[in-house]
Write a protein that binds this ligand. Structure first.
Ligand code: 5FX
Length: 455
């Protein structure tokens, strides 16, 4: 009986690189329901690997926009089939992989506002996008656009002071510039550009949701001090961009009430509020309640380090974003692209495709790895910009291979050493780790303290 008692709740959505996930959280912050759709496994017709398509040039990385829409359909239908009581949902919000961009075709707003509850979302939105394959954060094909943007505003440091980061290939302004330059027709047929976060919020709102300050800081377009789009940056990227982006809002804003589509099809209450969605990293900072001086490490598809800051220190490496909790404050972020996919590769190559063997290899080797060091970047790294596998033995000589267990420790120690070095290079003083959360892998089940000492 108690099991079926109504339980007021909020929904938290995550539109990440590899899956869409939802959790329901009750008034005591207990997560009592979870559901997810894994793109490669559950939507094989889109042919993604780890949720993306890596193009022939090895630099362009995209995801099909309709895959995301269909994933949302599948989750909502699964929730309905499981008897989930949508009438108890007071509010919803969520996170999205950062930097990815969605191009809504002229007329899409009209389609969004008139969704029929008799059809699935993807059946009604299939003609709503001027670009079907969206650039995502793993894309590194916009070096030319990055240099153009930096030149337009007086150099890399000037851009960093203005927007919190020098020009990065994955940052949305540079991606938009590439689309405008290579596909001006599609650009001119675009009435709105969303980030993955504001796109997801738009699906629930049934109209365009604004971009929030925090995720907006990952575009090389937002003046992070004034919280307005930079006219110089907009002008350097593409024409009429301000109207296609819409005004940004604080990350905690209620952006509206849920669309009648969800009320009629799933039984959401009409007062259900939609709170602005933000980027996955800002959302993690908010969820982990960091304090000044703390540094958090997230081991995900990309590994990230982030911390809460009162005074921004824009530099030539790393990023400063508007803080998602307090828009007068900031957060710093370092992103390492060769994160869990690299660990999975070394697991497959050197630990019989098993996390348990990977952990055994790690435990069988000494901290310091007998002086062997390795740095592994199978895809072009972001921090620093480097590619390839680089192994050095005790004599500091470059070697082509390590025995399996040495390889495993070299990978983990190299990854954590790089995090510390780059964080300290930006002036951070690492005191303690607030937490380490494992994405879907377990590196060493009881090895957290060992990693902390190792840092
Ligand atoms: C941050 O700048 C990143 O590019 C990544 O952490 C993505 O947000 C992953 F979703």
């Amino acid at each position: 009986m108690a099991e079926h008692a109504p339980r007021r709740c909020c929904l938290g959505w995550d539109f990440s690189t590899q899956q869409v996930k939802v959790v329901a959280v009750d008034a005591e912050l207990n997560v009592f329901y979870e559901e997810s759709v894994h793109f490669d496994r559950d939507l094989p017709e889109f042919g993604t690997q780890s949720g993306v398509h890596v193009h022939k040039d090895g630099l362009t990385v995209t995801s099909p926009v309709l895959m995301w829409v269909q994933a949302l359909d599948i989750i909502l239908e699964k929730m309905k089939a499981s008897g989930f009581d949508f009438s108890q949902v007071l509010a919803l919000s969520g996170a999205g992989q950062q930097h990815g961009s969605i191009y809504w075709k002229v007329g899409a707003q009209q389609a969004l506002t008139s969704l029929s509850p008799d059809l699935l979302l993807h059946q009604q939105l299939q003609d709503c996008f001027s670009i079907s394959d969206c650039p995502v954060w793993m894309d590194s094909s916009t070096t030319a656009q990055c240099r153009q943007l930096e030149a337009a505003v007086g150099g890399a440091q000037a851009l960093s002071c203005l927007t919190g980061s020098h020009a990065y290939e994955r940052f949305t302004g540079n991606q938009i510039a590439k689309i405008y330059q290579e596909n001006p027709e599609a650009y001119s047929h675009t009435e709105r550009i969303s980030l993955v976060s504001s796109f997801a919020a738009s699906l629930f709102l049934g109209s365009y949701s604004p971009i929030d300050y925090s995720d907006g800081s990952g575009m090389n377009l937002l003046q992070i001090q004034d919280k307005v789009w930079s006219q110089a940056c907009l002008g350097a990227c593409a024409p009429h961009l301000e109207e296609k982006l819409g005004p940004p809002v604080p990350s905690c804003s209620v952006v509206g009430a849920i669309s009648s589509y969800y009320i009629k099809r799933y039984g959401f209450p009409s007062g259900c509020k939609v709170v602005a969605f933000t980027g996955d990293n800002p959302a993690s900072l908010a969820g982990m309640r960091l304090e000044e001086g703390d540094i958090a490490v997230s081991l995900g598809t990309s590994d990230t380090l982030f911390l809460w800051l009162q005074k921004p220190m824009p530099a030539l490496e790393g990023h400063i974003f508007c803080n998602p909790v307090d828009s007068q404050h900031y957060m710093a972020l370092l992103c390492f692209k060769n994160g869990s996919l690299m660990r999975e590769k070394i697991r497959d190559e050197s630990a019989s495709r098993s996390w348990s063997d990977f952990s055994k290899a790690l435990q069988s080797t000494e901290m310091g790895n007998g002086g062997n060091l390795g740095f592994y970047f199978d895809v072009m790294e972001i921090t620093p910009e480097i590619i390839g596998r680089h192994r050095f033995n005790t004599e500091n000589r470059k070697v082509a291979a390590f025995p399996g267990d040495v390889e495993v420790r070299a990978l983990i120690e190299g990854q954590f050493m790089a995090k510390r070095i780059h964080a300290e290079g930006l002036g951070y003083r690492v005191k303690r780790l607030k937490d380490v959360f494992w994405a879907k892998e377990k590196i060493i089940p009881d090895g957290k303290s060992e990693l902390q000492e190792g840092m």
